[in-house]
Design a binder for this molecule. Structure first.
Ligand code: FE2
Ligand code: FE2
Length: 270
């Protein structure tokens, strides 16, 4: 099937609102079997910096601090939307039901992104007021298997997002920021479903490939360790259990987190 655009409009398009406008049509084309080449990097209309060069954050009691938080969140939602599309483009032969669910998830990310953009405008510091990073996009690669991709995006990145939003909601409790809080609350609720999607399909696909999911997760996570972004957020056991992680998987996540916390020399020897 090759009708319609021959290039992915959403990933190439730099303008964020335009990306959102193009998303439903592109999802429809992907559902009908459209294939696209994946660009090296996604189009952006804001400054991109390496994560370590981003300016320090301000407290959540200030308007700037709240806007920066929402801006960082918008950048995460944007990358989550783009990663959803990228998986759909790169894995045309993934189970049909998986692809259908991933399309709905990708549409959710678009909705989250729009909420953040609107919230930023409400605060008078619109999208583009701060530099951003593309660290999530850079944590996946063309060499990933479908299981790698599910582990990186839905179980590691989105899973860490759940831990982080629990902490964030607690911090927002003490400040006057009702619209920001509502944004984070809605996203947190949907993201639980996204991580559950990752846990469910990880098991299904691992078993279909004759792998023991309980053993594979820890081995795979260690193999992917060098390319996944550092997450030092404490791992919330209750949240992870609800999101479909087994005790052994939570243990594996904790071990990886300890590796990040360990001095660089020790990381090599473990
Ligand atoms: Fe999201
Ligand atoms: Fe998500």
């Amino acid at each position: 099937m090759t009708d319609g655009a021959q290039e992915t409009q959403v990933l190439n398009q730099p303008n964020v609102r335009e990306k959102l406008r193009l998303l439903p049509r592109e999802l429809e084309l992907l559902a009908r079997g459209q294939v696209y080449p994946v660009p090296e990097g996604p189009g952006r209309d804001v400054q991109i910096l390496p994560i370590r060069e981003l300016p320090p954050k301000k407290g959540l009691s200030t308007r700037e601090g709240q806007a920066r938080m929402l801006h960082d969140l918008a950048s995460i939602e944007l990358q989550a939307m783009e990663l959803g599309l990228r998986t759909l483009i790169e894995f045309p032969f993934a189970p049909e039901e998986f692809r259908r669910e991933l399309m709905a998830l990708t549409a959710d990310e678009g909705r989250h992104l729009r909420m953040c953009l609107d919230g930023l405008e409400g605060l008078g510091l619109p999208w583009g007021s701060f530099p951003t990073h593309i660290g999530l996009w850079q944590s996946v690669s063309r060499e990933d298997s479908l299981l790698d991709r599910i582990v990186i995006v839905h179980r590691y990145l989105e899973g860490s997002g759940l831990d982080a939003s629990d902490t964030l909601l607690r911090r927002l409790d003490g400040v006057q920021a009702p619209s920001v809080r509502e944004c984070v609350r809605v996203i947190r609720q949907d993201e639980m479903g996204h991580v559950q999607f990752g846990s469910r399909w990880y098991r299904k696909i691992a078993e279909a490939e004759g792998l023991d999911p309980d053993q594979d997760f820890s081995v795979r996570l260690r193999r992917l360790f060098a390319k996944i972004p550092r997450r030092l957020e404490p791992i919330s056991r209750a949240t992870r259990l609800e999101a479909g992680f087994s005790e052994g998987e939570i243990q594996a996540l904790e071990e990886v987190r300890q590796l990040w916390l360990a001095p660089p020399a020790e990381r090599i020897h473990r």
